[in-house]
Design a binder for this molecule. Structure first.
Ligand SMILES: [Zn+2]
Length: 217
C-alpha cells in the first residue's frame, strides 16, 4: 500500500541527507521520483544537504497544486514512481491535503521531511497537517545536540548569536550562517526555555557575577 510518511526532526538532524539517500536508493533500482522542496538553503529548485550533496528539485511554490502538477506530468507521459518533499513544514495545509490525494488517488508513496515546531515551539501549519494526515510518522534517529551535550529537541532563532522569540514564523537562515544575521541553533528544551544559546552561555561563563565559586583573593 502506498503511504504518506512524515519524517520529522529538529534542524540539523540530517533530514535532507536522508531525503537524498531515499532518492538515491530508489533511482539505483530504476525508479523515478519527483522531489519538491521550498526555500532550500542552496536556492530555488534545489535539494541540498549539510554534507554537501545537492540535487535538482521542483520548487513547491505558495499556491501551487502539487496533486495537479503530478497529474499533469503523468498525463503527458511522464513517469513518477514516488514523491519526496523536503522542507515540508513550509507547505500550506492545503498542499499537505494534496499530497494525501497523491497517495490515495495516484497510488504513489510520498516521503515528506520537515521540522515540526518553529522557533517559538509552535507547530508549523504544514507539519501540523502532516501529523494529522500521515499514515506513519518517523522521528529521525540522527539526533542533533545542544551545546550542553543533551539531545536537542527545539529550534532557536538567533540574531548575532542571541536567541530571539519574536518575529515572522518563516525567516530563512541557517545553523552555520553569518553571526550577525538571523540564524538558527538547536537546543535542549531547558536551554530553549532559558534562552541560552552557545554564544550567550559562553558570555555567561565569562561574566564574573555568575561564577560558581568565588575567585581566589
Ligand atoms: Zn542544553
Amino acid at each position: 500500500m502506498p503511504e504518506l510518511v512524515f519524517f520529522s526532526g529538529t534542524m540539523d538532524c540530517g533530514k535532507s541527507t536522508l531525503a537524498l539517500q531515499i532518492g538515491h536508493n530508489r533511482s539505483a533500482r530504476g525508479l523515478q521520483g519527483v522531489i519538491f522542496t521550498r526555500d532550500d538553503r542552496a536556492g530555488e529548485g534545489k535539494l541540498s544537504s549539510r554534507l554537501g550533496l545537492v540535487t535538482e528539485a521542483t520548487e513547491a511554490a505558495p499556491g501551487m497544486d502539487l496533486h495537479a502538477y503530478l497529474v499533469d506530468r503523468l498525463s503527458r507521459g511522464g513517469r513518477v514512481d514516488y514523491v519526496i518533499v523536503d522542507e515540508a513544514q513550509f507547505l500550506a495545509p492545503e498542499q499537505i491535503d494534496q499530497l494525501a490525494r497523491v497517495v490515495d488517488d495516484l497510488g504513489l508513496d510520498v516521503f515528506a521531511f520537515g521540522i515540526t515546531t518553529d522557533f517559538r515551539t509552535k507547530l508549523f501549519p504544514g507539519s501540523q497537517r502532516l501529523i494529522e494526515l500521515a499514515d506513519r510518522i518517523e522521528t529521525l534517529q540522527v539526533e542533533a545536540m545542544c551545546w550542553c551535550g543533551a539531545r536537542a529537541t527545539h529550534n532557536a532563532r538567533t540574531v548575532g548569536g542571541e536567541m530571539v522569540v519574536e518575529g515572522e514564523q518563516v525567516v530563512v537562515g541557517d545553523v552555520n550562517g553569518p553571526a550577525a544575521e538571523v540564524g538558527y541553533e538547536v537546543l535542549c528544551r531547558r536551554h530553549h526555555r532559558r534562552r541560552m544559546t552557545s554564544v550567550s552561555a559562553h558570555a555567561g561563563a565569562l561574566s564574573p557575577d555568575v561564577l560558581p565559586v568565588a575567585p581566589p583573593e
